[in-house]
Write a protein that binds this ligand. Structure first.
Ligand code: NOJ
Length: 478
């Protein structure tokens, strides 16, 4: 048996051995002094997990009957992604899932969040399901159960089947029923999954994909943005109802990208600009589901969305989610601006404010996690919040088998301290998932930013637990 085969079979042990046991023990000792809190302070039922998404980790983009998604098309066209990179192979989770799931368990995590690739299940988006695709997710779910990890499934993490994009994608109102049918099918097919997130970060995939053109499918324009937004909000609620019908006991949620929004200067016009940004960034996708409608009070121009309403839509937008997934990476600092018109507001980037940043230029601002959790804690309708993603990309260096990512450890210490502070003040936070378990393909940024607590050598596909991974392992030690 060669080393790679051995690695696969004894994944968990091999991970600990990537660093020789004595070094590992010594390092863990060092980290013990570096916990500003204990896991117990978060509560014994607190869900600790790690998250990933199909397109970013699976690879096998055209294997076993999978149809192309908009991200396959987008990355295969020059000019869209940094260095013309793509996730055709990425970290090959399609073949390495057993090893990766065992590694998550080895870090003492209890939840593994992953997404289903729609076009692996339905190559054409609708119609005949692909048995091999279904089998793959059965195996992933089984591997979670075998490792005592709860599978938390995201139904849609941005990889729309290309066949549906060819019919208009999120701009075609039929997507509400395409998506609802797909979500219902997933629930019916994978009944052992008890926790579902219908979509990941609607503000991001609609904003970047249908307004700014920076993500797949690369469309631009304000009216496209509003139309896609309305269809997305309808699909969010309808798909949740479809899952509820199949699995009445399941916990159903949706994840949202959220950022605290603060004015650059204490000026009324910057404060007004921030109200509009807040409506777009934090409120637009969640408030309709809570029966509050779109946030016209924050940004009156949003009223144009009513052009796409049909009778009964206001009621159809509503769904009583069991939890919401809050995902926070940075703070938004905004100011009044003549451009873009209508919004009259602009985000002031971190690099122009001389503040700490990650490799992608996102501001590292742990206080913002506290502020946004408090803001979401104000909604009466929110019963439970899970931080379904949080993490950071820094330049990592692999020294033989070791990645000393102390800055990332500091990030987790500080962000988790903010989570605990908000929780102790009564915000109903019941879980925290690391983004991400392994390094992976970061959308239009390609492979540059590494978010994992496990380093992946993309050439050899070897995995190495970073020091931050060991830090979690120690924090969560039973
Ligand atoms: C949120 C997205 O859900 C995820 O796919 C992405 O990789 C991270 N943000 C980091 O940018």
């Amino acid at each position: 048996m060669d080393r790679r085969e051995w690695l696969k079979i004894t994944a968990a042990t091999s991970a600990a051995m990537a660093i020789s046991p004595p070094t590992f023990a010594k390092e863990v000792g060092k980290y013990q002094e570096r916990f500003p809190f204990s896991a117990a302070e978060f509560g014994k039922d607190f869900k600790w997990g790690a998250a990933c998404a199909a397109y970013q980790v699976e690879g096998a983009w055209n294997q076993d009957g999978k149809g192309p998604s908009i991200w396959d098309t987008f990355t295969h066209k020059k000019g869209n992604v940094h260095n013309f990179e793509n996730a055709d192979k990425t970290v090959d989770f399609y073949h390495n899932y057993r090893e990766d799931i065992a590694l998550a368990a080895d870090l003492n995590l209890k939840v593994f969040r992953f997404s289903i690739s729609w076009s692996r299940i339905f190559p054409e988006g609708v119609g005949e399901p692909n048995e091999l695709g279904i089998e793959f997710y059965h195996s992933v779910i089984q591997a979670c159960h075998d490792n005592n990890l709860e599978p938390w499934v995201t139904v849609y993490h941005w990889d729309l089947p290309q066949a549906l994009e060819d019919k208009g994608g999120w701009l075609n109102r039929d997507i509400v029923s395409w998506f609802t049918d797909y979500a219902g099918f997933c629930a019916q097919t994978f009944p052992s999954v008890k926790n579902w997130m219908v979509m990941n970060e609607p503000a991001a995939f609609i904003g970047l994909g249908y307004m700014l053109g920076y993500h797949a499918p690369g469309k631009k324009g304000a009216m496209k943005f509003l139309k896609a937004t309305h269809h997305c909000c309808l699909a969010m609620a309808e798909s949740a109802r479809a899952i509820r019908k199949e699995l009445p006991e399941a916990q159903i949620g949706c994840t949202f990208s959220c950022s605290s929004v603060e004015p650059l200067r204490e000026k009324a016009k910057d404060e007004r600009a921030c109200k509009r940004i807040d409506a777009l960034v934090n409120r637009l996708y969640i408030e309709p589901s809570m029966g509050m409608g779109y946030p016209y009070d924050g940004f009156p121009a949003l009223k144009k969305i009513e052009k796409f309403f049909e009778e009964g839509d206001e009621e159809r937008l509503v769904f009583d989610f069991d939890f919401i997934g809050l995902q926070n990476y940075f703070r938004v600092v905004g100011k009044h601006s003549l451009f873009p018109p209508v919004v009259w507001a602009k985000q002031v980037e971190a690099k122009d404010r001389d503040v700490p940043m990650n490799e992608m230029g996102f501001e590292v601002y742990p206080e913002g996690m506290y502020t946004i959790l408090k803001q979401f804690g104000e909604y009466d309708k929110i019963k439970k919040i899970i931080v379904t993603e949080n993490g950071v990309c820094y330049k990592d260096t692999l020294e033989v088998t070791r990645v000393r990512d102390t800055e990332r450890i500091k990030f987790f210490q500080d962000y988790l301290s903010s989570v605990l502070r908000a929780k102790n003040e009564g915000v109903p936070i019941e879980g925290y998932f690391i983004w991400s378990l392994t390094d992976n393909f970061e959308w239009s940024e390609g492979y540059g930013p590494r978010f994992g607590v496990i380093y992946v050598d993309y050439e050899t596909q070897e995995r190495y637990i970073k020091d931050s991974g060991f830090w979690f392992k120690e924090l969560l030690k039973p």
